[in-house]
Design a binder for this molecule. Structure first.
Ligand SMILES: Cc1cc2nc3c(=O)[nH]c(=O)nc-3n(C[C@H](O)[C@H](O)[C@H](O)COP(=O)(O)OP(=O)(O)OC[C@H]3O[C@@H](n4cnc5c(N)ncnc54)[C@H](O)[C@@H]3O)c2cc1C
Length: 359
C-alpha cells in the first residue's frame, strides 16, 4: 500500500489526509501542536470548496437558514453601496473553523494515524521515498504546514516568503440576535464584515492599516468602529473581548514555482497563502486536496499525477492571490476623495450588473 505523511493538521492538512485515504493510501498526519483542532473564528466556505468536501464524504457543511434582509456592501453611515442580490452572487456557507475542522476529522478512518506534538524540522528525499526528521519515511509528503512552512524554507531556500500587506485583521464571534443580512462596510482604511454562522452566532471581522506588530484588541476596534451603523455596535458589544483575535495579514505575493519537488507536494498556505479579502485561503487548501485526490485516483505514475496537480493548482491560486491582494489595496484606501470615487464606481457597477441581469 502507498504511504503518505501529511505535515500540518490545519484545514488543508486534514482535508488532504481524507483525500489520500479515499485513494487507498496509508496516511500519517504530523502536527506540532499538542492537540488536534482549530482556533479562530468563522470561515467562509464557497460552493466550489463545499463541492470538494461533499465529494470527499465530509457531511454537515450546509447553509444557515436564509435571512430576509439584504446582504451587501455599505458605508459607515449605513447607506447601501451595492446589494448582493443585485449582483446575483451566491453567498458562501459560514461556519466556525473548529466545527469545520471537526466535520473533516470525523471522516478519519483506520487508514489515518495522527501524531500531535511532532514538529518537522528536517526533510530529505531520494528516488524511493521521503524521510522526515531521520525518523519517519513515506512514498509521498504533503507539506500543509502553513504560511511559515519549514518544508518550503528547506526546499526553496531562495524564496523570499511572506510579505506584510500593510493592515491587520480582527476577528470575533458574538452571540447576539440581530435581524440583518450582513456583508461588509467600507470606510477609509477600515472595513467591518459580518455574517451568520450555521450555528446561529454572528462572525465578524475588521481591518485597519497599521505597521506590523503594532497589536490591538476589542477596545481598539470598538474605539474605531463602535459608532458605525447598526448592528455593528451591537455586535461589538455582544463579543467577549478576550476572544477577539488580531492577526497581521501576510501573503505569498511572489508566486512559488513549482508546488511539487520530487515526492514532496505543497498544499494550502504553505504553497499559496493569500490575504483574506476573498475569503478563499482555506477553500483553496480544500480544493488542493480535492485536486490531489482526483489526479491520484486515475494515475499509474506518481510523478505524472503530481505534475498535473502542480499545473492545475498553481494556475488557479496564483490568480486568487493577486486578486485578493488587489481588493485589499482598494479596501484599505484612506484618501477621502479616492474612497468616494471607489464607492461610486462600486455602486455604478452594481447598477449595471443588476440592469443586465434583469434584461
Ligand atoms: C483574518 C483571516 C480570515 C480568513 N478568513 C478566511 C475565510 O473566511 N475563508 C477561507 O477560505 N480562508 C480564510 N482565511 C485563510 C485561511 O485561514 C488559511 O488559508 C487556512 O487556514 C490555511 O490552512 P492550512 O491548513 O494551509 O494552514 P494552517 O491553518 O496554517 O495550518 C498549518 C498547520 O501546520 C502546523 N505546523 C506548522 N509547522 C509545522 C511543523 N514544522 N511540523 C508540524 N506541524 C506544523 C501548524 O501547527 C498548523 O496546525 C483567513 C485568514 C485570515 C488570517
Amino acid at each position: 500500500m502507498s504511504t503518505a505523511i501529511v505535515v500540518g493538521a490545519g484545514i488543508g492538512g486534514v482535508t488532504a489526509a481524507v483525500a489520500l485515504q479515499r485513494c487507498g493510501w496509508q496516511v500519517t498526519v504530523l502536527e506540532r501542536a499538542a492537540e488536534l483542532g482549530e482556533v479562530g473564528a468563522g470561515i467562509s466556505v464557497w460552493p466550489s470548496a463545499v463541492a470538494v468536501l461533499e465529494e470527499l464524504g465530509v457531511k454537515g457543511v450546509e447553509k444557515a437558514a436564509a435571512i430576509s434582509k439584504p446582504a451587501g456592501m455599505r458605508k459607515p453611515n449605513g447607506r447601501w453601496v451595492v446589494k448582493a442580490a443585485d449582483l446575483g452572487v451566491e453567498l458562501p456557507v459560514m461556519i466556525h473553523r473548529a466545527q469545520l475542522h471537526d466535520l473533516i476529522t470525523d471522516e478519519f478512518g483506520p487508514g489515518i494515524t495522527v501524531r500531535t506534538g511532532y514538529a518537522v524540522t528536517k526533510i530529505t528525499q531520494d528516488d524511493t521515498g521521503v524521510t522526515i526528521n531521520d525518523d519517519l519515511r513515506a512514498d509521498l509528503v504533503v507539506a500543509a504546514d502553513g504560511i511559515r512552512s519549514v518544508i518550503r524554507q528547506t526546499l526553496y531556500p531562495e524564496y523570499k516568503g511572506p510579505r506584510y500587506s500593510g493592515y491587520t485583521a480582527y476577528r470575533g464571534i458574538a452571540d447576539v440576535q440581530i435581524d440583518d443580512g450582513g456583508g461588509e462596510t467600507w470606510g477609509r482604511g477600515q472595513r467591518f464584515g459580518f455574517a451568520r454562522l450555521i450555528d446561529g452566532r454572528i462572525y465578524w471581522y475588521a481591518t485597519a492599516n497599521q505597521s506590523a506588530g503594532q497589536g490591538g484588541d476589542h477596545a481598539t476596534v470598538t474605539k474605531e468602529l463602535g459608532e458605525w451603523h447598526e448592528p455593528i455596535p451591537t455586535i461589538l458589544a455582544g463579543t467577549p473581548p478576550e476572544a477577539v483575535l488580531q492577526n497581521d495579514i501576510h501573503d505569498l505575493s511572489v508566486p512559488l514555482v513549482p508546488f511539487v519537488q520530487g515526492r514532496v507536494l505543497l498544499l494550502g498556505d504553505a504553497a499559496h497563502a493569500m490575504t483574506p479579502n476573498l475569503g478563499r485561503g482555506a477553500c483553496s487548501a480544500i480544493e488542493d486536496a480535492g485536486a490531489l485526490a482526483r489526479h491520484l485516483a486515475g494515475a499509474t505514475d506518481l510523478g505524472t499525477a503530481l505534475a498535473a496537480y502542480d499545473r492545475e493548482r498553481r494556475k488557479a491560486t496564483t490568480q486568487l492571490v493577486r486578486r485578493s491582494r488587489g481588493i485589499g489595496r482598494v479596501g484599505q484606501v484612506e484618501n477621502r476623495v479616492v474612497c468616494a470615487i471607489r464607492d461610486g464606481l462600486f455602486a455604478f457597477g452594481g447598477k449595471l450588473v443588476s440592469l443586465r441581469r434583469r434584461k
